[in-house]
Structures are given as structure tokens and as C-alpha cells.
Ligand binder design. Sequence first.
Ligand code: MRU
Length: 386
Amino acid sequence: MSGLTSIKTTGDQIHIINQLLLPHTFEYIEINSTDDAHDAIKSMKIRGAPAIASLAALSVSQHLSRARQESPEPEFLKSPEALKSHVEPILRYLFTARPTAVNLGQATRRLSDTLQASIVAGKDARSIADDLIVESKKVADEDVGRNKEMSKWGGEWLIEQVKKKGGSGERLNVLTVCNTGSLATSGYGTALGLITYLHETGKLNKAYYTQSAPYHQGSRLTALELQTMKIPSVMICDTMVGSLFQHYDIHAVAVGADRIAKNGDTANKIGTYNAAVLAARHNIPFIVVAPITTVDLEVADGSGIPIEHRPRLEACITRGAIHPPSLNASGVKEQAAVMITPPDLEGIYNPSFDVTPAELITAIVTEKGVAVKAEGAKAFDLSQVV
Ligand code: MRU
């Protein structure tokens, strides 16, 4: 089942769909430098932990591949030392674009390791650049396959759990938060991938999703993805999770992750923690679906995860409220935004993510399988998984 595509590449060309304009305007914008990639990630034209790592890596590949074709060749391709001095600051800069999603840091570290290994192997600068180009493309390409694997692991595990509780394992209702589909990854998705898998195998009744204020990744992006794939679904406001659990038979909550600590504490879109508390109250399995690259063994628990706070204004506006979008003075399409607060409001709390304690998480699903806590334990030991 094919969904929307967040990144399109042809040779050295990279285009991303501008997610700030979705769902009303489909506009692909060109990425022509690592600066463009940094800006697109920071401004959230592209978002979702795996997708931003893919774009960062692809922009490095584009930069080096274009340099390889330049004549005369740039100075930095004349020695391994010059190449290192050129590439390392780029990687560090890309890494600063957004702080919470660990996949971005994982991707830049992986490229830095490739650079170092090729230098140690005694290769010349051109060969090292070629190694980096290959490795960068792998970062993006590997994503789709592993998403399908984790979606299947998680989907089959959930069916089994429902059967163990005496259910049929058919016609499942699953709630998700934010957007974790093909727009947030290189394709298929993580938590939304699990939902897609259940739909493809005829086991899904309905997908439920929260609007995910203030950025509305749910109502703008997940809604569009589910509609595009014709998956039966119901949107709820973030405030309605408790009511949904009281009145409907929800079989699981499946969410993605931006960073998972060694003990399983999970940072994900703001509102995930609320859903987890309510799921525990209603005895509903709470499943985190994410690639191994989202697990950060260097962080012992959630208190060590940096939480991004977005600009205050972003919590004061709704996006995509007026259709069609207007043109600004330079003729560029702008998404209409409506203020929902008095102007110049001072006191605004706008963290982009929250941390769900491992205690509230039933299972963490990666491409390697399904991890659960030991009998009676309150935390996971993910060093066994990674
Ligand atoms: O701020 P965003 O939109 O980048 O946040 C995205 C999320 O929180 C996702 O759930 C997470 O990155 C996983 S995407 C597969």
C-alpha cells in the first residue's frame, strides 16, 4: 500500500513535500544544500524522527556528489584532512537542527564514523567522499524495510495479545498520536505502519488519531495519510482520549518515538504521556513502535532526554484554517494562520515532546522484534535489544 512521500530523490536532486502547507497545498521544495536541509528540518517543513535523519544524510550525499563532479575539484577533496575539516562542521551543524529526535544524531555520528574509518583505512579524499555518499544513501534507504518489519512484529503481537484476553484478534481499534506514517519516515511508517499492516491483513476495524495540537500533525498529516490509503479512521481532539476509552472498545494505543532511553522511557509528541496514563487506567496495551536508531543507550532514563521547546507563537495559532492559502508579496504560497490567543500573550508553555515512563509502556517494537518488561519489572533493559 503506497502512501504519501516525504522525500523524493532523482540522482543528486532532492525534493521534500512542504509539510507546513499540508493538507491543503501539495508543494515539493528543492533542497540544494546542507543549509537548505538544516532550515527545512528546523522550520518543520519536514519532521518526524526518521525523516529528518534521512534528509540530513541525503543532503550530505548531495553535497559530496556535486563536489565530486566539479571542475576544478574543490580544495577539500585534495586531502583526507581537508575533507575531514570540511565535513565534520557540516555534520555538527545538521545535528543542531532539532534536539530531541536521536535519529538525527545517530545519522550524523554514523557518517562521522564512516569518515574516520575510511581515513584510517588509508583512502584518498575522493574515495572517502564516495564512501560517505554510499553510507548517506543507506541511512535513508534502510528506513522503509525496517518499518515494514516492525509493523509486522507489532501487528502480529497485538493480535496475539487480544486473543490471549479472549478476543477474536479481528476488527481491532487502535489509537495513535501525532504522525508516524510515510510523511514522518522514508516510507510506510512506524506506529502508523503497524496500523497499515493491520489494515492490509484485514484485522483493522478503525484507526483513531488525536489532532496533536499545537502543530496538528494528527489532523493535518495523519488524517491525510489515512484518507489517501483509504483506511477507516476517526479523528479525536486531544482532550477526548479519556472519553474514547470510556465509550469505545480500543484494543491498543500505538505511538512512535523520538528518543527511547535505556530503561524504555520514551520521548514522543506532546500528549503521548496523557494517552499512556489513560491507557493504563483502562488496561489498554500501550505500544511504542520505533527503529533501533531511536534507542539511545547513552541515556539511562527519560530525565536525560533533551526536550525541544518550540517558539511561543506556534502555540497561539492554528494552521491550515483557511483554504485556499493566500499568496504573499513575493507570490509565494503561504499557509493561512489564525491567532487563537490575544496578541502578545506572554505566558506560554510549548514543549514539543513529553516523556512517557517505561512503567506505562506495555511493549517496545523495533525491527528486531517486540521487547516487554521482565515479570514484575517497571522498566525495560534495552541493552538486550540494541
Ligand atoms: O515534532 P515532530 O512532528 O517531528 O514530532 C514527531 C513525533 O513525535 C513522531 O511521533 C516521532 O518522530 C516518530 S515519527 C516515525
